[in-house]
Design a binder for this molecule. Structure first.
Ligand code: FES
Ligand SMILES: [Fe+2]
Length: 380
């Protein structure tokens, strides 16, 4: 159902209003450094099966997931020059999806065969694509932030993407869920903040005010980009972005980007390299998903969650998957501390209703770096 009363935030397949909304923007899909030249990988984004490959010339391309001949996943094929060749019978496609070779056909009809292809950009360490209609919009860029050190974290989460959008603008949960207090310092630890939310031209802001005057802000850039610069905790000073990108209705990817704009570029770059090393260590630990499911099934207790650097992902995971993979939000009983969530749902409901009615969508301008800085948290 799509209406202002019971909007369908969660379903993002082609033809669904929320799917249409998210297709209006470029989405990050992969880490640039993890795709070497000559490699192809399968991707699924917004329900679309895709093939991401990097040509031997270093240029990344995204084409349809399957070969037009008999439907084999192209990602198991080989990259040749700037093309990908299907493993099954050798049909070869260029980066525009045009078939350019059919080795077993006596009379090639390759010029009549074309699979889908999508625009690709690489920026801030991610590969991005745009799955919407033409004209293709500009990829949002923040040139002032490009020189700083940065690191990213990419997580596959096995529940609907809307949980994570809501969770990030819900600062009350920090108190109850994150006992280690990743956003807390002496000044604001152990306090439930006063919550408020406001509409902005780019989407909305959520403000948490603590009794000592510490003010933490988060911004949602419609439809699925979150920005925050925490004034406290381990991420203090980092300009932090998060894109929640649906894989399908029951899975999504979280692309976090942390930019060390508070540090000289060389210091930030060294710090980011250290964090990248640390992530290798994390990849050897027990999978986050295992722990989340063990706690939710009652086999392990919340109190048993061991201290580890990515504990925040486990803690959030328990309360997010704890709502169900694809819950019925119309049953929720929201209160005054849910101000940002109420606003987020209203914004989505408005855009989804416009899509259904065939009306133009709101143009949400992307704030520039100076405008982002005005959204940063402030310490007393
Ligand atoms: S299925 Fe791809 S070439 Fe036959
Ligand atoms: Fe959290």
């Amino acid at each position: 159902m799509n209406s202002l009363k019971d909007p369908d935030f969660e379903h993002t397949g082609p033809g669904r209003p929320a799917g249409h909304l998210l297709r209006q923007r470029w989405q990050p899909v992969y880490a640039s450094e993890e795709l070497e030249a000559g490699r192809a990988v399968p991707l699924k984004i917004l329900h679309e099966e895709l093939t991401l490959y990097r040509g031997e010339d270093g240029v990344a391309h995204i084409v349809a997931g399957r070969c037009a001949h008999r439907g084999v996943l192209l990602a198991v094929g080989t990259v040749e020059g700037d093309c990908v060749r299907c493993r099954y019978h050798g049909w070869r496609y260029d980066g525009a999806g045009q078939c350019v070779d059919q080795p077993a056909e006596r009379r090639s009809f390759a010029d009549k065969v074309r699979i889908a292809s999508y625009p690709v950009e690489e920026y801030f360490g991610f590969i991005w694509t745009y799955l919407g209609e033409s004209p293709v919009p500009e990829l949002p860029r923040w040139p002032e932030l490009e020189e700083y050190g940065r690191f990213h974290v990419i997580e596959h989460r096995k529940w609907n993407y809307f949980h994570d959008l809501e969770n990030t603008v819900d600062d009350v949960h920090q108190y109850w869920v994150h006992k280690t207090g990743i956003y807390q310092d002496d000044g604001n630890a152990g306090q439930i903040p006063e919550m408020s939310a406001e509409l902005a031209d780019f989407g909305l802001t959520q403000t948490s005010t603590f009794s000592n005057g510490f003010v933490r802000r988060l911004a949602l850039l419609m439809p699925n980009t979150l920005y925050f610069n925490s004034g406290a905790g381990v991420l203090r000073g980092f300009k932090s972005f998060l894109w929640n990108v649906p894989i399908d209705d029951e899975n999504h990817m979280m692309f976090f980007l942390f930019i060390a704009a508070h540090l000289p570029p060389d210091v930030g770059a060294r710090l980011a390299a250290g964090v990248r090393e640390g992530r290798k260590y994390l990849s050897q630990l027990r999978p986050v998903d295992d722990i989340i499911r063990a706690v939710l099934s009652g086999r392990e207790r919340w109190e048993d969650i061991e201290d580890r650097p990515d504990q925040v992902l486990i803690e959030d995971g328990v309360v997010l998957l704890g709502q169900g993979v694809l819950p019925d939000r119309s049953l929720n009983r929201l209160g005054s501390s849910d101000a940002a969530i109420i606003l987020l749902r209203r914004l989505y409901a408005r855009e989804l209703a416009a899509i259904e009615a065939g009306h133009p969508l709101t143009k949400f301008p992307t704030p520039d770096a100076a405008a982002l800085t005005r959204l940063d948290s402030s310490t007393p």
